[in-house]
Design a protein around this ligand. Sequence first.
Ligand code: ZN
Length: 239
Amino acid sequence: MEAVEQLKQWIKESENIVFFGGAGVSTESGIPDFRSQDGLYHQQYDYPPEQILSHTFFMKKPEEFFRFYHNKMIAADAKPNKAHLALAKLEWEGKLKAVITQNIDGLHQDAGSREVLELHGSVRRNHCMRCGKFYGLETIQAQAGVPRCSCGGMIKPDVVLYEEGLDMDTLNKAVAYISQADVLIVGGTSLTVYPAAGLVDYYRGKKLVLINRDATPLDGSADLVINGKIGEVLSQACG
Ligand SMILES: [Zn+2]
């Protein structure tokens, strides 16, 4: 049986599917992986993205952080793609329990997904570091440079930076969903970013599906490997 047909069958039979996705889910909406450095990168920035996106850097050089953040992390015009829409449909049909994502763009919610666990936070939530006041994405976009609260404090995006821990509540929920899942679909991630990548180890079922453009370190332990575009694969398998 062709791999996509096998996935289609498993989806049809299951009412406890969990999806775990990475940057590849968003790239099909035109959002580049922020780790990718194009030819212009070194003309525009003096530091590698991993350094700019660290807590230390944020505290020491917020102007430079937000210059990168505005240019590379916020994609206000991006729309959900076929992968987001297929997953939202599965949830509405009562088949999918949760989407666990490493992405911070909020596109799963735009597609209609309700149970979305954002391991690395979201650009759509921001808080004043002094008084704790909440701000949406519009405030960050509207202010060039370092965004400031009405109290004068600096506003920090609820995005997990390097050196910062993941939110334990979100992580625990993700572990619970994965450990109880019947079908676990992992897509658009090279499974190299820890600790998020270690979550797959909590899966106890026999229907681990990996959908990725390229090979991943977990291909050998997966029950089904599909190399292809995640949007196309999911829309075919859910159609
Ligand atoms: Zn404030």
